[in-house]
Design a binder for this molecule. Structure first.
Ligand code: 8X3
Length: 253
């Protein structure tokens, strides 16, 4: 029987690429996100290409009740979850603390921290019941360093790192591995979302260098998931070669 993985924020970018690599490697998938059409398309594509079963859960992870209802309502055959990839997250805005939008802050805190907690709280007991599992939290270079104007986004990713460590301690006796993957620049919808659709500004982030692509991060996720049972990768920092740290890059003009 195929193992089951749940990937949050599967509608695009790293989440979608992760769902694909897991399907390719023999998992059945629960894909979650806000854009139902995209999830339905992914379900069809993965089903045809990899002959896997895909369950679509269409909800906004910021909505605690919807998140809880979605997991509570899982059909029995979907409850034995082996892998949870906490991918849903975003950056919204890039502004100094005295000028930042409180709405942006709330959206990041509600998604990156509270949403991650809501779903983890519901899925972890299922893993415990099943005798083990693996949680992969999508963190960031912004969890390791704080950069100018990154304030709240960096704080949410620092929280993800702290939660990863906390989960690892609490779940040790339940045979649940917990890993954080911390990418640097990845060319996904990330910057377009951060700059609210301003494609020019988003494009400049990656100008003159080769950033990571969603598949590079999905590949790293698959690496940690495919280690032997006795091995856990606690934290993996993955950067483009052209990015030395959160702020220093090498760009060709
Ligand atoms: C994404 C990387 O450098 O924009 O988390 O914070 S960065």
């Amino acid at each position: 029987m195929k193992k089951i993985a749940i990937v949050t924020g599967s509608t695009s970018g790293i989440g979608k690429a992760t769902a694909k690599i897991l399907a390719q490697n023999g998992y059945n998938l629960i894909v979650t996100g806000r854009r139902k059409e995209r999830l339905d398309e992914l379900k069809e594509a993965l089903g045809i290409k990899y002959k896997c079963d895909v369950l679509v859960l269409n909800f906004d992870i910021r909505d605690r009740e919807c998140t809880e209802t979605a997991i509570d309502g899982l059909p029995q055959q979907w409850k034995k979850i082996s892998v949870l990839v906490n991918n849903a997250g975003l950056a919204s805005g890039l502004a100094p603390i005295h000028e930042g939008s409180v709405e942006d802050w709330e959206q990041m805190i509600d998604t990156n921290i509270k949403g991650l907690l809501y779903i983890t709280r519901k899925v972890t007991p299922l893993m415990i019941e099943a005798g083990g599992g693996h949680i992969v939290n999508l963190s960031s270079i912004a969890a390791k360093e704080v950069y100018e104007n990154g304030n709240v986004y960096c704080a949410t990713k620092h929280a993800v790192d702290a939660l990863t460590k906390g989960m690892r301690l609490d779940l040790l006796k339940h045979n649940i591995k917990v890993t954080s993957i911390s990418p640097g620049m990845v060319d996904t919808e990330f910057s377009t979302v951060r700059f609210k659709g301003d494609a020019d500004r988003a494009g400049k982030v990656y100008e003159g260098l080769v950033p990571l692509h969603d598949v590079d991060v999905a590949d790293a996720i698959w690496y940690v998931l495919s280690r032997p049972a006795h091995v856990n990768i606690n934290d993996m920092l993955v950067m483009p070669v052209a990015q030395a740290n959160a702020t220093v890059t090498l760009r060709k003009s």
